[in-house]
Design a protein around this ligand. Structure first.
Ligand code: PLP
Length: 437
């Protein structure tokens, strides 16, 4: 491995011009001991090359969207064609309908969708629609679930904000934070109490149906069924934030995921999407039942718009990505590799006496340095961040790129192969030995 001299130089330069040297706080190394993040020069398949010529196996997958690996030829071709045809029209296009139909075909609760530019926008818009529809103001969310950086949902949020120890962001008026009630994930009694307390003021209960932001955490059996029933009993809508989860575990969303039961009882009213559905280009989408979505302008009184929304390049890239994911056995293969990887990690951790809990859901998993299960945010916080930081750095030095946060997942892509797993396990064994020392 070459010294990361050029990365350090670029970081110094970036610090002069870009706030904190990064364009998203989760990219900084603040949560893993600080210093220069690695500046990547290019990426192909499951591999990065940094500006110093070092190679890495990528499990970051750009925080989720790059499920087909980098520069997938089918996606690259779609984007190139879109660029040649003109990248932004400000008019409707046929491709938007195609992507909307692909989403509707695979996510049954979507009667109507609207494209936006990010997961944050998608979530923000679902909240506006829910408020317009119910004529209520408050929302309930779950501790540690991250729903983007808009004011209302950046309250007791996980992911980046909790990693940095910022439970609330400055700049959010208390009057707005007071519109949000946060309850523990997997805790129906707490949800019931909140609904009872604020009964006719709750517009929506918002949840990551399968959590991806304080590790990968499955809902407990009956949790989503209970959540939907309770919310509806109190006249609130259910919003699923599937920005990470849609198309991650199977071709569809949590609403139809085989790992969850009673699909007809876990249907949300509104769903927020992003990440994978853009194949790596900026995108978000939200949708739901026709009579609820008809609140949205130009049909209804809830205004939501976007100059870049539904742009041909993002839409073409999203269609191409979903086409790749329709391929025979792609999810099974990601899962097979993830099982190999998690089995090997567990063996190494045991051999070196390092306590580690692994939560795996098909081709995605999280590693928690602790000896207890992780099923809610408190448990995810109660894990050894220093050990994670050391592990992260030893892995990086051995050519394995993870997200620089103990809360983030490892993502397999369709581009990973057995040789990547072998190399990763070798690196992990050495790293865990050092962590244990
Ligand atoms: N919702 C979830 C579940 C997310 O994980 C994220 C981002 O990580 C968002 C929303 C925000 O999406 P974006 O970063 O595209 O604004």
């Amino acid at each position: 491995m070459n010294p990361r001299t050029r990365s350090s130089q670029l970081y110094e330069q970036a610090l002069e011009h870009i706030v904190g040297g990064v364009n998203s706080p989760s990219r900084s190394f603040k949560a893993v001991g600080g210093g220069a993040p690695v500046f990547m020069a290019n990426a192909k398949g499951a591999h990065f090359t940094d500006v110093d010529g070092n190679k890495y196996i990528d499990y970051l997958a750009a925080y989720g969207p790059i499920i087909t690996g980098h520069a997938h030829p089918h996606i690259t071709e779609a984007i190139t064609k879109a660029a040649q045809n003109g990248i932004l029209y400000g008019t409707p296009t046929e491709l938007e309908i195609q992507l909307a139909m692909m989403l509707k075909d695979s996510i049954p609760s979507l009667d109507k969708v609207r494209f936006v530019n990010s997961g944050t926008e998608a979530v923000m818009s679902t909240i506006r629609v829910a408020r317009a529809y119910t004529k209520r103001n408050k929302i309930i969310k779950f501790a540690g679930c991250y729903h983007g950086h808009s004011d209302l949902v950046l309250v007791a949020a996980g992911s980046g904000p909790s990693t940095l120890g910022i439970p609330d962001s400055a700049g959010i008026p208390t009057s707005i934070a007071q519109e949000v009630i946060t309850v523990p994930f997997n805790n129906l009694e707490a949800l019931r109490e909140a609904l009872e307390h604020w009964s006719d003021q709750i517009a929506a209960v918002m949840v990551e149906p399968i959590v991806g932001n304080f590790g990968m955490v499955m809902p407990a059996p009956g949790f989503l069924e209970g959540l939907c029933k309770l919310a509806h009993d109190y006249g609130a809508l259910v919003i699923y934030d599937e920005v990470i989860t849609a198309f991650r575990f199977h071709y569809g969303s949590s609403q139809t995921y085989a790992g969850l039961d009673n699909h007809d009882q876990i249907m949300p009213d509104l769903t927020a999407l992003g990440k994978i559905i853009g194949g790596g280009l900026p995108i978000g989408a939200y949708g739901g039942r026709k009579h609820i979505m008809e609140q949205v302008a130009p049909l209804g009184p809830a205004y939501q718009a976007g100059t870049m929304a539904g742009n041909p390049a993002s839409v073409a890239s999203g269609i191409a990505c979903l086409e790749v994911l329709q391929g025979e056995g792609v999810y099974e293969e990601m899962e097979r590799l993830a099982i190999r990887l998690t089995d090997g990690l567990r063996e190494s951790a045991d051999r070196h006496g390092v306590a580690m809990t692994i939560n795996r859901i098909r081709g995605a998993f999280s590693t928690h340095f602790c000896d207890h299960p992780v099923t809610d945010y408190d448990q995810a916080q109660d894990t050894d961040g220093e050990k994670f930081a050391a592990f992260f750095r030893h892995m990086l030095d051995r050519g394995v790129c993870l997200a620089p946060s103990k809360y983030e997942a490892w993502f397999l892509t369709t581009a990973h192969v057995d040789a990547d797993i072998d190399q990763t396990l070798q690196a992990a064994d050495e790293a865990l030995k050092l962590v244990a020392a």
